[in-house]
Design a protein around this ligand. Sequence first.
Ligand SMILES: Cc1ncc(COP(=O)(O)O)c(C=O)c1O
Length: 374
Amino acid sequence: MQSSKDFDQPSTRPAPAYDSILELAAYQTGKPVEELTREYGVSDVVKLASNENPTGCSPYVTLAITEQLSNLARYPDGKGYYLKQALSDFNNVAIECITLGNGSNDLLDILARSFVGTNDAIVYSQYAFVVYSMLAKMQGATGIEVPAQRFGHDLKAMRQAVEDNPNTKVVFIANPNNPTGTQLDRDELYQFVASLPTSVLVVLDEAYIEYSPESNNRALLDEFDNVIIVRTFSKAYGLAGLRIGYALSSAAVADLLNRIRQPFNVSRLGLAAAAAALSDQDFITEVRRINDGQMRWLKKQFDALGLGFVKSHANFIMVEIEDAAVINQALLEQGVIVRPLIGYGLENWLRITVGSAEDNTRLIDTLRSILVND
Ligand SMILES: Cc1ncc(COP(=O)(O)O)c(C=O)c1O
């Protein structure tokens, strides 16, 4: 017979919580500017912690949103017809192959919920976007982290991990990868996908694709029904605050994802903004030009400061700094927010978003003064 003691739960465990959820740490977002101002009383804050676009977004977006302001009492189009039409034309895929998400994170979550259960495994690389390991825990599944190779994905080892774990349902690959900025060789990726059983889904997370068009692996969709490409409007398109992303997949996969997603997971403003943003590819070309220029400048400054970095194909760069936690704290106190990577086991590295010329100058001046006085 059970005594009342059998029902005692630690205070951290609300009665029905799964063990794997208790192990989960909440995703650490980049510190919001308002929080730094509150905590340290610093105004004039520079945020280079969330890979946001310092140029903002296309002026077409502002117009599209303004037009929608009188319609806010109405639900959005739950099927997102006009945006899907635009995405279909842009990516040359059928509308039935598109799923919209409240940011691409929503799609990663929907994918895990659709395909991964407690007896399954998810394979991802060490130093890959942290959400993949979180999804494994959320689903009570086994997360298999494959050691990285020069900070990037080791596809041969990942292939072996799938073979060793026949319960693998999904492989997540970020290309370019966050936080390391590494990019995969197209042929190697092709070989990898071709070598997997078709029952294993390969999710290519292309959140930073606009900064590295050569990482675009859209062509894989034509050949492999088990490939899913996930993209976002949060980065180069400058719409992080609106939360909108999309997945391209086979029609059969999209059908399942659309059953799982919430009926109105993308807002009216998000739908209008994303369609307008997509129509302005000149803006994206300009964003890439600015990012490339600022990335070059930053790399020169890191060289001059004697700091190592990993070559990045995105809008951020991982810089090697001894005592990164101490340096991060000193930067915060002077109003500069970057991203420490202790959670990834990268204690001596900071990830720095490529900001505007002004923000980058402030970062380098502040960093130099901290390193000199160290
Ligand atoms: C690799 C990668 N995937 C997905 C996301 C999620 O972005 P969002 O939900 O804003 O589209 C991020 C955000 O930092 C990312 O770096």
